[in-house]
Design a protein around this ligand. Sequence first.
Ligand SMILES: [Mg+2]
Length: 222
Amino acid sequence: MMPETLHTMHAVLFDLDNTLIDTERIKELLFLAAQEAGISKEDAQETYRRTRDVNNQMTFTLAHYAQALGKPELEDAFRAALQKEKETLLYKEAKQLLEACRDANIPAHVITLGVLEWQKEKIMLTGVAALVPERNWHSTDAGNAADGKARLIRAIIGKENDGAGYLFVNDKPDETAEILRMFSGLRALVYADARDARYTDPSFDALRTEFGARVDIEKRIV
Ligand SMILES: [Mg+2]
């Protein structure tokens, strides 16, 4: 994101998982903690997938996951494992952008998909809480963009607003495209993570082709 573009913004709306914070790493740490308690990696991963959502409605919390693994006492072990690594979980470039917003007095919001309790826990753990005030934390458990994030954006920017002057920062190209179609003035910054096998260069090229200058794509440096 060019600093001069940032200064023209009313507010910046950040996705949380895989945009501000390294959610893949968080998952790895949970799987490792489960393995230390004698659960196989496959079980840990499969149970994660089952507890993540039910029919596209987000349901994941540490307590729920520990219970689903049959070891409720693991909830504390998960929390301890994440605490130990918390300094490494906020992406450097995302942190810099949050700091740039703070320094320029541009409100930053977090709009995130997941159970509020778990999303809040990650916001506090990773240090996002120090850069985004709690009144600007917004969460939805509805997995599709129209019912979920688009509603949160609408609530922030207000009715009859096409999103001009707002920047949406995200990681998923397909979800970003869906949201940019709904708000014709909105701009987006998308972090492209080479480790994320779900998305390849063509999905980012498609974003560029459809939205041109409304989209910036930054390769994630890890
Ligand atoms: Mg994300």
